[in-house]
Design a protein around this ligand. Structure first.
Ligand SMILES: Cc1ncc(C[n+]2csc(CCOP(=O)(O)OP(=O)(O)O)c2C)c(N)n1
Length: 651
């Protein structure tokens, strides 16, 4: 069993930030856990799923974040401690309930862990989800270390019950995905018993429309703000260290870790004040006011946008305190995009203190040297990935007429890599309203790429705009289809839109680590489950053209897509081939690797496939990496001179 379940109080474990959060939930006696995978948050529930059966709590992967959050809400209303976790983008999917639930709050502790991704290592954006807590007017805690990740999560459940409001714990990639030592604590349980009372402390408590109605319930929530302020003030995670000079650094979360390092590197530890707030909304007003009163200059260091900074400015303005606040707003000392690091904090402190620059030239020099050594590498699909076949067939079916400008709308999953471009080849932007671009390689194929479920709906907008200069298609994966594409597809059917939608069913939510989804045939804890077939869903949504094809059969797949493109209505082509990584894990090998014979005429056609097992140079022609190749046969089917054959045939 995972050590987060077997470890005893007092044990010290080396845990991922996300595992520390999972342990915090266990120590709080969590009873219901639901999430949809999303990097960098997934390991929290991955870890909890490994121990849920033995520890006797319920955990699942839901079809999307909205469902998982609302499920957790439903459980919490019955007095049970519940957890929903998600990546930053996932929070956007739950916003309807997120902004409405606080009007009546919760009974059982309800904790929402949001893992943000500054630097967008794995995300479409760098959003700072802490602002959502401010918007919803519910507390947001932000851990600095692995220990705090565990302790704050545990604390958040009790806080939620005291305030009768959901509580957000915000983490960031660096904490979620790094490891640190965590001292375990006791496993506790909620003092509340399970139960349901429709009018608990407030008439129609769990029905926002029930009398006295939403404004009165809003007022109920606003009356809790002073309680939130008190909790923030007395929080054990706050830290205020006074310095010898009237200059302070105010910080929180991972920013605090960089600040400690920067102060030490610059020898400023004793000179400057350090104020770390554990709650980033609302910040502790009294502690903040002491800093604002006693210091002339303040540098605010926080991972994301200026949330703490803007609250400090409001406090200073409200009390008429004349203090220079430096951060990201007004004469920025820190950048508003990308991830924080110690160097950036050092640079800001150097500027603030008027120190001589270049204190850390050595570090910068090493970074420059390393950057010059690293060869730019493009992202690529795996050798033998079923998406390679789908994309090849799709491109064949759409054709590359010089006067056509097709629009291929992408979506989120492994297949989004078909929109990542080729590293080191930056296209020349142009002002032309219409321009044909040859997508010579798969990785240049997708034209639009934003967020889960957006492709199929955007395609409808293009059709409705009267776009006829080329084909309009949309693609999505199986998990994405169930997460966010069904309403879009239904919309197309209902409104009678001509549309081709290719759904790549590889059975798993592969990109985030092969979590089960409705296409897998099992639940998150490995129990057999009904396999939901995308073609059945499409037909039940009213789609009249539905074909299911094997993406390893290029001709068959291209033919189905051609028929779909010619169809006057909504057409869905499901390309079904299990994720090759899963096949290899289960069966160790797929087939013998292929090889290239002397018949190769060095035309380069095989390279356009985008399979990482294919090597190519003008001098040596095509080759196949014998370690990477899984013998899927796709490249053999597309080679115009039949020069790619199974290894044993060449011998
Ligand atoms: C709102 C939101 N939630 C979660 C994610 C994380 N995420 C990225 S791709 C993906 C799904 C991938 O599964 P699938 O569509 O089946 O494609 P595959 O990777 O298997 O090809 C998820 C959950 C996200 N980007 N946005």
């Amino acid at each position: 069993m995972h050590p987060i379940a077997t470890g005893a109080p007092g044990d010290r474990l080396l845990l991922l930030g996300n595992e520390a959060i999972a342990r915090g939930a266990i120590e709080a006696g969590v009873e219901v856990v639901a999430a949809y995978p999303g990097t960098p948050s997934s390991e929290i529930v991955e870890a909890l799923l490994q121990v849920s059966t033995e520890l006797g709590f319920y955990a699942e992967w839901s079809v999307n974040e909205k469902v998982s959050f609302e499920l957790a809400v439903g459980a919490a209303l019955t007095g049970v401690r519940s957890l929903a976790t998600m990546k930053g983008a996932g929070l956007n999917v739950v916003m309807d309930m997120f902004l409405t639930l606080p009007y009546g709050g919760t009974r059982g502790g309800l904790v929402v862990v949001v893992a943000d991704d500054p630097g967008a290592h794995y995300s479409s954006n760098e959003q700072d989800s802490r602002f959502a807590a401010q918007w919803a007017m519910i507390p947001c805690l932000e851990p600095e270390s692995h220990q705090e990740a565990k302790d704050m999560t545990k604390f958040a459940f009790a806080l939620s019950e005291r305030l009768e409001l959901p509580v957000v714990v915000r983490t960031a990639t660096r904490l979620s995905h790094s490891s640190g030592v965590v001292k375990l604590g006791e496993v506790e349980a909620s003092s509340l018993g399970p139960g349901f009372n429709k009018h608990w402390k407030l008439a129609y408590r769990w029905n926002v429309y029930g009398p006295p109605g939403p404004p009165a319930k809003h007022e109920w929530q606003l009356a809790r703000l002073p309680m939130m302020d008190q909790e923030s003030e007395s929080l054990a995670f706050n830290e205020l260290r006074r310095g010898s000079e009237p200059v302070a650094v105010v910080t929180c979360g991972t920013g605090a870790a960089y600040v400690r390092e920067a102060l030490r590197d610059l020898g400023l530890e004793d000179r400057l004040w350090l104020f770390k707030t554990g709650m980033v909304y609302p910040i502790p007003a009294e502690m903040s006011l002491e800093v604002l009163d006693q210091c002339d200059q303040i540098l605010v260091v926080e991972e994301g946008d200026p949330l703490v900074e803007s609250q400090l400015r409001v406090l200073a303005q409200g009390r008429g305190i004349d203090v220079e606040i430096r951060g990201q707003q007004i004469e920025a000392f820190l950048p508003r995009y990308g991830e924080l690091n110690t160097q950036l904090v050092c640079d800001a402190l150097v500027r603030l203190m008027g120190l001589s620059p270049g204190v850390d030239e050595a570090r910068k020099e090493i970074k420059r040297e390393v950057a010059s050594l690293v060869i730019p590498r493009s992202s690529a699909l795996c050798a033998g990935c079923s998406h390679l076949g789908t994309y090849w067939a799709l491109r064949q079916a759409m054709g590359e007429q010089a006067d056509a400008v097709h629009i291929a709308n992408g979506d989120i999953g492994c297949y989004e890599q078909a929109g990542y471009g080729v590293k080191g080849e930056m296209p020349e932007p142009s002002d032309a309203p219409m321009a044909h671009h040859d997508s010579t390689i798969l990785y240049d194929f997708l034209d639009t790429l934003y967020v889960m479920g957006s492709g199929v709906s955007m395609a409808q907008g293009q059709v409705r705009a009267g776009y006829t200069a080329g084909e309009v298609v949309a693609v999505a994966g199986d998990s994405t289809f169930f997460h966010a594409c069904m309403p879009g597809l239904l919309n197309a059917v209902w409104n009678g839109t001509k549309l081709t939608f290719v759904v790549m069913d590889n059975f798993w939510t592969s990109m985030t680590g092969h979590q089960a989804c409705p296409a897998t045939g099992m639940t998150a804890v490995g129990q057999p489950a009904k396999t939901i077939l995308i073609e059945d869903v499409a037909r039940s949504l009213g789609v009249e053209f539905v074909e299911v094809v094997d993406p390893y059969d290029l001709r068959g797949t291209a033919g189905a897509i051609q028929r779909a493109l010619a169809f006057e209505g909504v057409a869905v082509v499901v390309t079904r081939g299990e994720c090759m990584l899963q096949i290899l894990r289960r069966e160790r090998r797929y087939r013998e690797p292929y090889t290239v014979t002397d018949d190769c005429v060095v035309c380069g056609e095989c390279v356009k496939l985008g399979c990482p097992a294919i090597t190519f140079s003008e001098e040596e022609g095509a080759g196949i990496d014998q370690i990477l190749c899984v013998g899927c046969d796709i490249c053999a089917q597309l080679c115009p001179c039949g020069a790619i054959v199974p290894g044993e045939e060449a011998e």
